[in-house]
Design a binder for this molecule. Sequence first.
Ligand SMILES: Nc1nc2c(c(=O)[nH]1)N[C@@H](CN(C=O)c1ccc(C(=O)N[C@@H](CCC(=O)O)C(=O)O)cc1)CN2
Ligand SMILES: [Mg+2]
Length: 296
Amino acid sequence: MAKIIDGKAIAKKLRGAVSEQTAILKEQSVIPGLAVILVGEDPASEIYVRNKERAANKVGVHAETFKYPSTATEAEILDKVAALNVDDTIDAILVQSPVPSQINEQKVQEGIIPEKDVDGFHPENIGRLYAGQAGYYPIANTPRGIMTMLQHEKIDLSNKHAVVIGRSILVGRPMFALLQAANVSVTLLHQYTPATLRRELLAVADIVVVATGVPDLVMGADLKPGAVVMDVGMNRLPNNELVGDVNFVSAEKVAGAITPVPGGVGPMTIATLLQTTVELAAKHHHIELEQGWQNI
Ligand SMILES: Nc1nc2c(c(=O)[nH]1)N[C@@H](CN(C=O)c1ccc(C(=O)N[C@@H](CCC(=O)O)C(=O)O)cc1)CN2
Ligand SMILES: [Mg+2]
């Protein structure tokens, strides 16, 4: 049976490390500031945003949420972003995704200055990631959180082949770049990849990351025995059960290690968001954080 990778526990450790850093920043009168913009009344988004604010306050990050009705205009949101860009108490800005259809999400992401782009969605930051640039820039928190989990579990990445399924800006694309930067050979698949090809590639994948929103897309029989499976999917079934994109019951019999849903990748997203917020605050205030503090 596969080892269950306890994302909840790793996220807790990471939040502890973030608290230590905010304490050090506080000695220099720096309180990291996170601004969260929520447009509309999506119940899941409401919960995520509330959890972000709560988690932030617990680790010594000042968080402010700005809520807009589903009828808000793009200009209103862009105006708010512009004000936060020049607000010296705010080091990190994010717009909760998804946004209502009258708002161009890409335009809003581009409105956030790259220095405060805590989600790492700004084309300048994605471009740096894809160019393999050295130096610090924010990287999307879910894939970065997955890298932290792989590191925490001491999973050897050298000479490995990863299959990433899903090509969103939120997960798949940055995941591809991060794994590839760690010298993993990466294959990026998506919803139009034929099932036969997907199975052929999964059969030779040492690491599998799935972020599609399709329950049971990956079955145990698809996996290479011993594979490490990181399930980013979050699907609410009609019986209200929350499941990933991987069929857990069959996969845990074949995989070497696997993340559960819930309690796997999900909790790492918010913990990593806090980590990135603290890093942006330190950079903004020209403070060097202790080397390697993120190696939890
Ligand atoms: N601007 C952004 N929008 C969205 C992001 C993001 O990173 N930035 N990610 C997701 C939503 N999200 C955070 O925003 C998020 C989703 C899920 C979880 C989580 O902890 N999930 C739990 C289960 C929760 C439940 O029971 O419903 C788990 O997997 O254990 C955290 C954050 C989309 N939008
Ligand atoms: Mg500040």
